[in-house]
Design a binder for this molecule. Structure first.
Ligand SMILES: [Zn+2]
Length: 198
């Protein structure tokens, strides 16, 4: 079993031993893979497809960074402050309830999910019939946010909502670097279609 660490634990100096081949080394000497929520290190000596994972380190939460601010590198501090500002802006501007959406005419509603502005300060714009009906900060790899917004749209427009269609540029932003996101976004769209009874 891989050993689990919080980001500010002492994972950088700990020596790990591969249970399969006996290789020993620190986190950085292993095969390190970086993911959205965490990074992991596997034995570099064992076969790639069956190599044991030795350690998992999760990226710090905002709270953990605040509590350990003196240990955060300058580069990370800048990224964390940016991220914080973004989350505040998102909290302020994000769609929270169906009541915030306008009433729409039409028996079948297809909403376009567009990306406007420039990375990383872009916005998600919801367009219906050529008109923008909502705008909020676009979340990179925001397939979870896509699902949340679709739920609110569904609540507002009910069975009349038949699809929420991401434009090409917004689709790439939704998926980010996460391979599974494609399925996640398509799954949400299928959910809309299946609930219209068509
Ligand atoms: Zn090994």
């Amino acid at each position: 079993m891989a050993k689990l660490f919080r980001y500010f634990d002492d994972w950088k100096t700990e020596v790990f031993t591969c249970p399969k081949c006996g290789w020993t080394g620190i986190f950085e000497e292993g095969d390190v893979e970086i993911h959205d929520q965490l990074m992991d290190s596997s034995c570099p000596n064992c076969d790639y497809f069956s190599t044991p994972m030795l350690a998992i380190v999760s990226w710090p939460t905002m709270e953990e960074s605040d509590q350990n601010w003196d240990k955060v590198s300058e580069g990370d501090k800048e990224a964390i402050i940016k991220r914080k500002r973004f989350l505040e802006k998102l909290e302020k501007m994000s769609l929270k309830s169906a009541a915030e959406l306008p009433d729409l005419e039409g028996r079948k509603i297809i909403i376009t999910w567009d990306f406007v502005g420039e990375e990383p300060d872009g916005y998600t714009a919801l367009i219906y019939d050529g008109k923008e009906i909502w705008r909020e900060p676009a979340v990179y790899e925001g397939y979870d946010r896509f699902s949340e917004v679709v739920d609110i749209l569904k609540e507002k427009y009910g069975e009349r909502l038949v699809d929420v269609e991401p434009t090409k540029v917004s689709y790439f932003y939704l998926l980010g670097d996460y391979f599974g996101a494609d399925g996640a976004v398509e799954g949400v769209r299928k959910r809309i279609q299946s609930s219209t009874g068509e």
